[in-house]
Structures are given as structure tokens and as C-alpha cells.
Design a protein around this ligand. Structure first.
Ligand code: HXC
Length: 268
């Protein structure tokens, strides 16, 4: 579907996306790039990064792939330095890297719980923390009146309680809290806007193929107010809105993009 935004709204901007080589992260990379941004993607798998970068370049987008794990602070520092080396500055950080699997709480080891918290929550904080000096107003390549923008990809699992997702629900609750705290502190001190996006079920993603068996999907589709699953495009358009000037007064919010699903109850 064609974007409703003008093609140059991010001209001259530089974005780094963790988990930007696949799934929702890749679609956000593509749309930020199509609207003028240069794109750095960070991920653990070289083959995924390589094919994402060549696909982005074939669309005329300036792109670079940087190997790294958000659980490793040294990787975060190195990837940010490489982004600056390639593109001279950083305007937008999107934290899209996530870990997930379905498991009943009684079968989940504390280390399994910790692993997801490490990727989703600590990883998000680490990337934000290490990116601060580049994103802050007056940072390298930034103008002195405006700071950069952070988007944290969250979920709606923890708004209620979700079966077999104790680890991810806890991790995403922490992500939302991080979004609010950083919006307060860094919005005030550095003119950095920090927001989140909470996607519902999005077709063709690991989130859906790993977490929702077909019968669960059928039942769910009957309950989604808009009667369909979302597309990765929907999430990317929300990201564009939040990072563009259209979102310039939005700070500390997590935008739910789920067709209204989390609000819904069975009809009877
Ligand atoms: C139970 C599991 C498990 C599983 C891992 N563990 N997979 N426990 N069931 N299926 C436990 C392990 O037993 C181990 O604990 C601990 O977790 C660490 O496992 P490792 O395999 O060593 O970790 P690692 O290789 O680092 O992999 C972590 C990973 C990650 C979380 C599995 O690789 C991953 O999920 N990758 C896929 C990324 C992905 O699908 N992203 C999309 C997310 S979708 P012990 O105690 O044995 O040592 C999403 C959407 C949410 O987030 C919202 C949907 C609506």
C-alpha cells in the first residue's frame, strides 16, 4: 500500500534499528528509508543482515548492517560508533529486537525468564543509554535546538494477562516504563522524544507464527473489532508518524496498533 506521507519527510535523517533486519523491524527500516532516512540495522545473524541490506539498497536506500547482540553492552557501543562512522550522526533509534517463545510459567526456568528480560528490557535500556550522547540536542551532527527520537517496540500482552507469556509480558511492561521514564528525563533535559508502539497480531511475523497456532488465530479474528490481522505496514506507518514532525508533541506514550483487539471480549 502506498504511504500517505511525503517521500522526503525524513530526508537527511539517520536511523538505527535493532532487530531491523527481519519482521516488523525490517518493515520499519524500509519505510523510514523510503521516506529519506539512512538506515543502520543491528542484529545477531549476519545472513539476515546481509539480505536485508541488499534489499534496502535495491530500493535506493542507504543502508548498512551491523552485527551485534543488544544483551552485550560492548556490542551496543560498537554498533553506535559504526553508525556514526558511516552516516555522521544519529537521529532515530528504534528498539525492535525481541525474544519470545510460548511456555507455561511452571515450565519456564528462571534463566529463560531472564533471557527475555535481558533482550527486551535490559537491551532496550542499554541501547538508549549508549545512544544518548549522539541523540541529545547539540550532539554530533545534531542541531543545537532539537534532540533525537527513540521508539521502543512493545506489546499489549501485559495490559491484561496472556497465557504462556509471563516472561514477555513482564519484559514489555518494563519497556513501557522505560519509555515513560526516559521521556520525562531526556525530554526535559535533552529534547529527546521517547515513545513506544504496541503492535497487535501482525501477519507474516515470528510473533504470530511462533505464538499463535491456526485455531487460535481463527478465534481471534472473530474478536478483532476491525476483523483482520494487522500488516507490518501498519506498524511502520505508526513509526513514521511518531518520528515525523506530525508527532512533535508526542512524548512518553505507547501507541497501540492492534485494531482494538486488546479491548475486545467474546460477543457472548
Ligand atoms: C522454554 C526456553 C525456550 C522455549 C529458550 N528457553 N527457548 N524455555 N521454552 N521454547 C530457555 C532456555 O531453556 C534457557 O534456559 C534460556 O531460555 C536461554 O536459552 P538459549 O537458547 O540459550 O538463549 P538464546 O540462544 O539466547 O535465545 C533466546 C531466545 C531468542 C529468546 C530463544 O533466541 C529468540 O527468541 N529468538 C527469536 C526471536 C523472535 O522470535 N523474535 C520475535 C519476537 S515476537 P535454561 O534454564 O535452560 O538455561 C514478539 C511479539 C510479542 O516479541 C507480542 C506478540 C503479540
Amino acid at each position: 500500500m502506498e504511504s500517505p506521507f511525503k517521500a522526503d519527510i525524513l530526508k537527511g535523517k539517520v536511523a538505527l534499528l535493532t532487530g531491523g533486519g527481519s519482521g516488523i523491524g525490517y518493515e520499519i527500516s524500509t519505510q523510514l528509508g523510503k521516506h529519506g532516512a539512512s538506515i543502520a540495522i543491528m542484529g545477531r545473524r549476519k545472513n539476515v543482515l546481509d539480505s536485508a541490506v541488499s534489499a534496502l539498497r535495491s530500493l535506493g536506500i542507504q543502508a548498512v548492517g551491523l552485527e551485534g547482540d543488544v544483551r552485550n553492552q560492548d556490542d551496543a557501543v560498537r554498533v553506535l560508533e559504526s553508525t556514526i562512522k558511516h552516516f555522521g550522526k544519529l537521529d532515530i533509534l528504534v528498539n525492535a529486537a525481541a525474544g519470545n517463545f510460548l511456555v507455561p510459567a511452571e515450565d519456564l526456568s528462571p534463566n529463560g525468564f531472564r533471557t527475555v528480560i535481558d533482550i527486551d528490557s535490559v537491551g532496550t535500556f542499554t541501547m538508549c543509554h549508549e545512544a544518548l550522547k549522539y541523540l541529545k540536542r547539540g550532539g554530533p551532527g545534531q542541531d543545537s535546538s532539537r534532540g533525537g527520537i527513540i521508539i521502543n517496540i512493545s506489546a499489549t500482552l501485559h495490559y491484561t494477562a496472556t497465557w504462556y507469556q509471563i516472561h514477555v509480558s513482564a519484559a514489555k511492561a518494563a519497556v513501557d516504563s522505560i519509555t515513560r521514564s526516559l521521556a520525562l528525563e531526556w525530554g526535559t533535559d535533552y529534547d529527546i522524544r521517547v515513545n513506544g508502539i504496541a503492535p497487535g497480531p501482525i501477519e507474516d511475523t515470528a510473533g504470530v507464527s511462533k505464538l499463535a497456532p491456526d485455531d487460535m488465530l481463527k478465534e481471534m479474528e472473530q474478536n478483532v473489532p476491525l476483523y483482520k490481522m494487522g500488516e507490518k505496514w501498519d506498524i511502520a506507518m505508526a513509526a513514521l508518524y511518531l518520528v515525523s514532525d506530525a508527532g512533535k508533541y508526542i512524548n512518553g506514550t505507547t501507541l497501540v496498533v492492534d485494531g482494538g483487539l486488546w479491548l475486545s471480549r467474546p460477543r457472548h
